[in-house]
Design a protein around this ligand. Structure first.
Ligand code: BGC
Length: 899
């Protein structure tokens, strides 16, 4: 389609630069500000263990058409050196518009060293910024030899219990700097002098512990005093027997230093938590609390019956890696207002929102009284919680009172997926506030907003965001509630985009791709979930998410390291899939387009599609992956691989067409929505056949009374292809359905997060009520209703497109996406046949804006002929839109719509 534009894209950029230069304005430095310095996508990180970290920044300016032409970065060991431009690395002036994913290329960075950096830029119109304020980054422990601490554990073991490791130390001198490097498996929290270190919960992020163990780094100077009590609580979590490794490195103002290791914390005890498991919950007996634990006391000789001695333990096996993703935190607290009593003495709190986290209980009663909190997504008709769909997860917390006045408790090392909390055993009827709900997830920053005139779509949007937000617990989980909570790669293949428009995944995805790589065998096979807990090896070939994590991180965040670092593994997986072909068709499939409406399933109760051949999906994804790999080979300078994988892609497309194209029907395989939309999405349909395929696709939707028949993957392609090929109104009708199967149907049946099935189900079969895999409609809102689409040829939003599809029923749609360049806005409204389209393009970015219009020549921008407006260039007419190239700034287009 792009080909139809009047000018080639390459020429456009040059033209745009020329145009802006021609304007000849000299930018006063004061109007160009460099903000948002990030290193490896984090602000002033400590404990970084990436040897060539990547820098990024934002340019802020009030002017239009601000485009960086060059940058310069200086990295130094001190602020003083930095001020004198005298550092370990000075990039010199680099001619480039890039401002994200810029790799450090100076001499090797040293473990534990702190570095400062700054950047300045030049713009195409002759402007130059001042140096930015200094950013910083501090390296972590780069080599295993930097770890002087052993792993320790309480070897006799206390199954299911939290183990407390304790030590004390005194110091007389003044602390200059204190760093803590720590990991405790499965989950840990550290307290220094009875104060919890940091605000992470459920740390560390889960991983394949025999391959990689995450540690966190903290500045703990402010926690220390002369007498110090160090206490670390470690729970089984996803690991099993609690193990601890930590070292605290303290530098004193007199130049001396000391290091404390886990060996200083060898006094162990158990606490009041009688058991703690991820799926089942925690049992806490407050009568067992021993407040002395926080006091500077370690029993002499450990002869006290409550104490034992930790021993040096085997390493879990994996290398120590600094945790790069945002930690899990309590991100919000809700107070459920609805309390029912379906049975005498049994109270159910309704949070009115399905979510992931836990509850905090406030109660007063006699010693020994036992209170249970049962968590569930649904209720039985009688109002009691229904936990059947949690399978073997008990999802129950128990608190036993100590009987000393008002007691408030919440668990530490478990979490639940729930809307309802059923409380039993209370001494009296509860009141609002006795249960508070903590929302717990990786604290990725929200980056997107979407709002339109149809409240149903707004509700769907909120439902998808809430579902994504419920499924970020170290890995992108499939669900937060039952005995599963795994990072399923098939689901993620389509989740990535719905997720990146709503939250900043620049660090999370870089972590999760490592998890996948850790599952890879020498034969190239990866597993269905990462870290590998269950599922199959080799993974289903629809697990294109392995490549997509790298590709989308490049496309959206400009991250180049991720492709370079993972290239060999990605290639291994593609080679493996290629080795599993016969006549070009991949010879296996487990899930394919998983979980379509049940009448399109292969058998009653099955979630496998009846009409969409699994091998069609597998082969399509081989094509998709081979094409992506060819582009990655090109980017990393591997010319022969580029050609090789392009050929593999071509052969695979031929086999796909040879095997599944049906000349009689004019469609693929069963000529259903999934097969036809997938083929169109892949771009492998012969041009002469496209009209028939598109017609079949749209007709099939009409035949099903504007309902979808697709599963977790092809729903995305269905919505996108209908829109792209002239049937936006049809896609909109699917989006706004309220009868089964549809998102509106979920909402009408009380959903606040997405279901796993298109059907409402509550029994013990597969029916999670908080499952992100059906949420790709949300990326359709951003990419098609708002029209914000990145350009992989110019990654990191160096260039992008705004192409809104203005559907009849909507009066307006508006929203934004906070990209690595800054905030992009797109908002349109219709009134009396006039379309207003307001867009914001961040500085140092160029966008191609499609303005829908029936009279392209009469489009205006800020009241003037758009083609002549400053920083706007008319490119031509396409698909009923005037197409303009615009530089940074705010633009107000007006156009006439046919009526
Ligand atoms: C997961 C799904 C996944 C499926 C694949 C289920 O157990 O919850 O999200 O797509 O397995 O078989």
């Amino acid at each position: 389609m792009k080909k139809q534009l009047l000018y080639g894209i390459g020429l456009l950029l040059a033209g745009c630069l020329g145009m802006m230069q021609a304007a000849g304005r000299q930018a006063p430095a004061a109007d160009l500000r460099i903000e948002g310095l990030r290193c490896e996508y984090a602000t002033d990180p400590i404990g970084l263990d990436v040897r060539s970290p990547q820098f990024s920044w934002r340019t802020e300016s009030q002017r239009r058409g601000v485009l960086q032409s060059a940058y310069q970065i200086v990295v130094a060991r001190s602020q003083e050196e930095l001020a004198q431009d005298n550092g370990v690395w000075n990039s010199g002036r680099i001619e480039s518009s890039r401002s994200a994913g810029i790799r450090y290329e100076g001499p090797a960075l040293s473990s534990k060293e702190r570095y400062y950096w700054k950047v300045r830029v030049w713009t195409t119109d002759g402007g130059q910024s001042d140096w930015s304020a200094a950013g910083s980054f501090e390296m972590g422990l780069l080599d295993e030899k930097d770890w002087v601490s052993d792993w320790i554990a309480y070897v006799p073991g206390k199954p299911g219990r939290i183990i407390y490791f304790k030590g004390t130390f005194c110091q007389q001198k003044e602390v200059e700097k204190a760093r803590l490097y720590i990991s405790g498996l499965g989950y840990y929290e550290m307290y220094i002098n009875n104060r919890k270190v940091g605000d992470h919960v459920l740390d560390p992020a889960q991983s394949s512990y025999d391959k990689r163990v995450y540690y966190a780094s903290y500045d703990v100077k402010d926690y220390l005093s002369q007498e110090n009590v160090l206490l670390v609580a470690v729970a089984p979590g996803w690991y099993g027997m609690p193990k601890l490794r930590m070292q605290m490195e303290i530098a004193y103002t007199d130049g001396s230093a000391t290091t404390l290791t886990a060996n200083h914390l060898r006094a162990v005890t158990t606490g009041p938590t009688v058991y703690s498991t991820v799926f089942d919950g925690e049992l806490y007996d407050a009568r067992l609390e021993a407040p002395d634990i926080y006091k500077p006391f370690v029993p002499a000789g450990l002869m006290n019956k409550d104490w034992g001695l930790a021993h040096i333990a085997d390493s879990p096996g994996g290398k120590m890696v600094s945790q790069k993703m945002e930690p899990i935190r309590v991100v919000d607290t809700l107070t459920p207002k609805i309390i029912t009593e379906p049975k005498p003495g049994v109270y159910v709190f309704d949070t009115e929102q399905n979510l992931a986290g836990w509850a905090s209980l406030t109660v007063e009663g006699e010693r020994g009284r036992e209170i249970t909190l049962k968590f569930a997504e649904t209720l039985y008709d009688d109002g009691l919680v229904n936990q059947e769909n949690l399978r073997n997860a008990k999802a129950t917390d128990t608190y036993i009172l100590k009987g000393e006045g008002v007691e408030t408790w919440e668990p530490k090392f478990t979490y639940h997926g729930f809307r309802y909390v059923q409380v039993e055993g209370l001494p009296h009827a509860p009141k609002v506030g006795d249960i508070r709900v903590k929302i717990v997830r990786n604290a990725v920053a929200p980056v997107g907003k979407f709002h339109c005139s149809n409240e149903l779509l707004n509700r769907i949007h909120r439902m998808v965001v809430a579902t994504e937000a419920s499924n970020l617990h170290g890995v992108p989980t499939d669900c937060p509630q039952r005995d599963e909570r795994m990072g399923w790669l098939n689901d993620l293949t389509v989740r990535i985009e719905q997720a990146v428009y709503n939250f900043d995944f620049s660090r999370f995805y870089a972590k999760f791709i490592d998890d996948i790589a850790d599952t890879q065998h020498e034969d190239g096979t990866i597993t269905c979930v990462a870290p590998y807990r269950f599922g199959a090896r080799p993974a289903d070939p629809v697990s294109a998410s392995y490549l997509l994590l790298a590709w989308k991180s490049y496309e959206y965040y400009g991250n180049r390291n991720i492709i370079r670092d993972h290239y060999d593994g990605l290639k291994g997986w593609v080679d493996y899939l290629a080795s599993r072909t016969q006549d070009g068709i991949v010879d296996y499939s487990y899930y394919g387009d998983w979980s379509p409406p049940t009448q399109f399933a292969a058998a009653p109760g099955s979630a496998v599609s009846r009409d969409t051949p699994g091998q069609l999906m597998s082969t399509g994804y081989l094509y998709y992956c081979a094409s992506m790999l060819s582009k990655m080979a090109e980017l990393t300078g591997r010319d022969s691989d580029k050609a090789r994988y392009a050929q593999l892609a071509e052969r695979t497309a031929e086999a796909f067409n040879r095997t599944y194209w049906n000349e009689q029907t004019g469609g693929y395989a069963a000529n259903n929505q999934a097969a036809n939309s997938f083929a169109l999405f892949l771009g492998i349909v012969d041009e002469t056949r496209i009209p028939r395929v598109v017609k079949n696709l749209a007709d099939d939707v009409e035949k099903h009374d504007y309902h979808l028949t697709t599963g977790n993957l092809c729903t995305k392609y269905l919505m996108e292809m209908l829109t792209r090929y002239g049937h936006a109104e049809t896609a909109y009708r699917i989006a706004t359905q309220t009868t089964y199967p549809s998102w509106g149907y979920m909402l009408q049946n009380g959903a606040t997060t997405l279901w796993e099935r298109w059907e409402y189900a509550t029994g013990d079969e597969m029916n999670s009520h908080n499952h992100p895999m059906m949420g790709s409609i949300d990326s359709w809102f951003y990419k098609y209703l708002l029209g914000i689409v990145p350009d992989a040829e110019h990654p990191g939003f160096d260039r992008f497109t705004i192409h809104p599809y203005v559907v009849d029923d909507l009066e307006f749609a508006e929203g934004e996406f906070n990209s690595v360049k800054g905030t992009i806005r797109s908002g349109w409204s219709k009134k009396n046949g006039v379309l207003s389209l307001n867009v914001t393009i961040p500085a140092n970015s160029v966008a191609t804006v499609y303005v829908p219009s029936s009279r392209v020549g009469s489009i205006t921008e800020s009241g003037k002929n758009a083609a002549k407006a400053p920083s706007v260039r008319f490119l031509g007419e396409q698909d009923g839109c005037g197409v303009f190239e615009v530089g940074s700034g705010d633009y107000r287009f007006r156009s006439t719509l046919k009526k």
